[in-house]
Ligand binder design. Structure first.
Ligand code: ZN
Length: 409
């Protein structure tokens, strides 16, 4: 049995950064890890190992080892192979450090220091071995910790036939970080009745609620004239754009919201007198409040068209993804079994709403209920990312226990 740490160290050294380019997969280098995983799965004796050579998905299954006549639902486990493009993922140089509470100088040059001053939650990790990068790249615990844990779970189950489980499905996906993680997934091949994405944070974390999400795009058409003689004729698109923002609720903004509070986030504003464009993302966990937010967005545009003349602005809204909660609620045993497995292993479950989306949310709405589980990684998408070695080991036990629980009567 290979330690999950050794797997993790091997996988993070492979550059799998994805890119925002609409291609599937977005980068060919993700195949470097996909090929290795397929090979390793074959090597450990997994069944139905399949590497999708076109779209870069890795599928495998573990056969049921239940006694004749006993059945169990088919549980799936998923993790994504790509890493965020916020910081380079090339040449990751991981190192294991025992965290004593003292600062960890990532690069040895004082430029990037991982310490409790900036990251007070680190106090929970005192006495643990942490994997860190060297300050020049991210680590890639998001989501190679999840990948390594699923691989270690598979190897454990294949070498411990006394642990009883139904048929299990495994899938490693590309392009999660650029929103393409499930675009080309073959759920028929995956074959699970429900799944767990292993793509969360510290030990005990589990999520089955996420935002409903839309993008909003406002275009303002102004009218330019000589500023010396503009009275009564000029329409300044920039100012009308600012007025649009002022019509939205001030505190429903990412700067002032947390928990279940939704928001309008102005992410881009470009313009001159003749034309201005404003890009928003709109988020709310509650389906009704989400609909109200979109209605308010349109109403603000309508108001400005009434004030400045028809055609002054156009509002376009496009839904991006929905809260998985409504799909999970009728199948709460998926969440309950994972929670019970945690408690049995001495892990305190922390169930919280995600202020974002997950591949699991999209999978849930594609018909595969799919909550998200912890990985033991923290500070994702940046140089300060790290993974806790004891937590990763515990999460392997957790995945094994979850597989086992779903086969219990
Ligand atoms: Zn992730």
């Amino acid at each position: 049995m290979e330690d999950v740490l050794d797997r993790f160290l091997r996988y993070v050294k492979i550059d799998t950064q994805s890119e925002e380019n609409g291609l599937h997969p977005s980068t060919k280098k993700q195949f470097d890890l996909a090929r290795l995983l397929a090979e390793e799965l074959r090597g450990m004796g997994a069944s139905e190992v399949f590497l999708d050579e076109e779209y870069c998905y890795v599928y495998a299954s573990l056969p049921s080892n239940l006694p004749e006549g006993k059945t169990a639902p088919r549980v799936g486990f998923l993790a994504h192979m790509d890493t965020s493009n916020a910081v380079s993922g090339a040449g990751v140089n991981p190192r294991v450090v025992e965290f004593t509470g003292e600062d960890i100088d990532l690069g040895g040059d004082g430029k990037h220091v991982l310490g409790m001053k900036d990251f007070p939650f680190l106090k929970d990790f005192i006495g643990q071995e942490l994997v860190v990068a060297d300050g020049s790249t991210l680590l890639g615990a998001d989501d190679k910790a999840g990948v390594a844990e699923i691989m270690a779970m598979a190897e454990y189950l294949l070498t411990h036939p006394e642990v009883r489980h139904g048929k299990l499905s495994i899938c490693f996906t590309p392009d999660e970080e650029v929103g393409g993680g499930v675009a080309k997934i073959d759920l028929g091949r995956f074959g699970a009745d429900f799944g767990y994405t292993v793509d969360g944070g510290p030990l005990g974390g589990m999520e089955y609620e996420n935002f409903n999400a839309a993008s909003g795009f406002l275009t303002v058409y102004g009218r330019s004239s000589h500023p010396g003689s503009a009275k009564g004729s000029m329409k300044n698109a920039i100012l009308i754009g600012m007025e649009f923002q002022s019509l939205l609720p001030v505190f429903e903004n990412p700067m002032y919201t947390e928990g279940y509070e939704g928001f309008f986030h102005l992410c881009d504003f470009h313009g001159d007198v003749e034309k201005a464009t404003l890009s928003y993302i709109i988020r709310d966990h509650d389906r009704e409040k989400f609909a109200e937010k979109k209605a308010r967005f349109r109403a603000a545009a309508d108001f400005l068209n009434g004030k400045y003349g028809a055609g002054t602005c156009t509002a376009e809204l496009k839904d991006s993804y929905y809260n998985m909660k409504e799909v999970i609620l009728p199948h709460m045993e998926i969440v309950e079994k994972a929670k019970e497995a945690m408690v049995e292993l001495g892990i305190a479950p922390v169930v919280a709403p995600i202020r974002g989306g997950t591949d699991g949310a999209m999978l849930s709405h594609m018909g595969l209920p799919c909550p998200n589980l912890c990985t033991g990684g923290m500070n994702f998408h940046g140089r300060y990312e790290f993974a806790s070695v004891p937590q990763m080991r515990k999460i392997v036990e957790l995945l094994v226990r979850i597989a086992e629980k779903h086969a219990e009567a």
